[in-house]
Ligand binder design. Structure first.
Ligand code: ZN
Length: 142
């Protein structure tokens, strides 16, 4: 694919510069077969610098991941070269199996089948806490 245009796919735009890799990892794009382009530090009139991820092909995107890493990012769905849908992004109230609890004494480390669920406890500071042990969710955010 060319980096400028895709016919069918998803464009995650307006990612705060530096956040692209984390979204890429949390969406599991590294292990998918999709053709993916990450552009880092793209000059932006609005943001100074931004990251962009382009995914060629139909793919269900976990919008919770985007909302968690960067609620200001935009997700555009492209069909036949035309922008058909702009997804609205918001911080999810609950984040399920996106990040893992790092507390070794948390029940999720012994009960392997338990989902790792984090709850948004502080919207302003974008703090998520494990619903089982209240450990803060760690993200290498920018
Ligand atoms: Zn926990």
């Amino acid at each position: 694919m060319t980096v400028d245009s895709i016919k069918n796919g998803v464009v995650i735009d307006h990612i705060t510069a530096g956040g692209g890799m984390e979204i890429y990892e949390l969406l599991g794009l590294g292990s998918s077969n999709a053709t993916v382009a990450i552009m880092k530090n793209v000059p932006s009139t609005k943001m100074g610098r931004k990251d962009i991820i382009k995914i060629d092909g139909d793919m269900a995107i976990n919008l919770d991941v985007i909302g968690y890493v960067d609620p200001c990012a935009t997700v555009n769905i492209i069909r036949d070269g035309v922008l058909v849908e702009k997804k609205s992004i918001d911080m999810p109230a609950l984040l399920t199996d996106v990040i893992r609890c790092k507390n070794p004494r948390c029940i999720t480390s012994t009960e392997q089948e338990l989902a790792h669920v984090f709850k948004l406890t502080d919207r302003e500071n974008r703090v998520y806490r494990c619903i089982y042990c209240e450990t803060k969710g760690e993200a290498k955010r920018t």
